[in-house]
Design a protein. Sequence first.
Length: 336
Amino acid sequence: MSLAGRLAGRAHVVLLEREALLAMHTTGRSAAVFTEAYGNATVRALTSEARPFFVNPPSGFADHPLLTPRTTLFVARPEHEGTLKEWLTENPRVSRAVPLHEAYDRMPILRRNLFAAAAEEPGAADIDVHGLFEGFRRMAVHGGVDIVTSAEVLGVVRAGERWSVETDKGAYTGRVVVNAAGAWAGRVGIVAGLGDRGLMPLRRTAITFEGPEGGDASKWMFVNDISEEFYFKPEAGLVLASPTDETPSEPCDAQPEEIDVATIAWRIEEVTTMKVNRIRRKWAGLRTFTPDRTPIFEFDASAPGFFWLAGQGGYGIQTSPSISLHAAARILHYLG
Ligand SMILES: Cc1cc2nc3c(=O)[nH]c(=O)nc-3n(C[C@H](O)[C@H](O)[C@H](O)COP(=O)(O)OP(=O)(O)OC[C@H]3O[C@@H](n4cnc5c(N)ncnc54)[C@H](O)[C@@H]3O)c2cc1C
């Protein structure tokens, strides 16, 4: 949708979505976090590049701020102190070490004596994902993009200078076809005869539950385990948590497995003084990665006009303003 918004008014664009509802797969299932210290160097650069858009979107794009500041606190158990040091070294501009006593003062629900070190990213934030998606959708619609829902792409073939895309609502042709099918991007690549670029959907689970009674959790930090065993943060009066699982999956409407839900409930009780008594919601989504965990937004080297926009992994929301800008520039250049 972000790319459709960027191309709107500059090219004739048709967006084909298999589902009747937009954003019902990974985009509607994220943790809504903006962090410039996440992912490899390319992903971090793309995220930093996106910050000005989030802070100052085009006029009329959103009714509310797209970012709400929320410091990220990283904690490390003794065996992972080295990983935290590496993280600090890799992210000198946006991170700083935090004395443990300060971490405990600011997050008193953390169990004492479990952790050996802490660090923070003060510039991290919550993203208004709905506001962002709606902004790009409005941008697309105002610029004449034709959004066709309940239109599953079944075939993609090159016919002369154009591509023909077969859907269950008929065929569409164009000089450029963009494969932005999320967890299904590998499948669509195979359908087009171009392979799957090694794209791998990995399931991630999240829950929300009632936080401590009488306490106001809304100002808590986003607490992350540096060894990626858990994270939690406040979310609309509740606490959102994830066991940060990465289970290989076929592309599908991902559902949470009981074992992953039980794991995160157990970990939260292990590392904090909270009790996970009432889980309000549980869900899972597929984060799709390339083999080197760098998103792809480029034309296929062997198929002129076939553009890959895939493998955004766990960073597709926070990088959407920058990736869409680069992708649109490449496509408009191709179209001449
Ligand atoms: C639990 C969880 C937490 C996350 N947290 C964050 C976070 O904090 N910050 C962040 O930046 N990112 C986060 N992410 C990652 C982010 O959500 C994804 O990178 C992003 O949503 C990917 O967007 P997408 O448009 O590629 O995929 P999707 O939103 O899945 O969109 C792909 C669309 O293609 C459609 N489609 C597939 N096949 C076809 C076909 N054959 N024909 C027609 N349509 C088709 C699908 O129906 C789908 O709507 C998280 C993800 C999960 C699961």
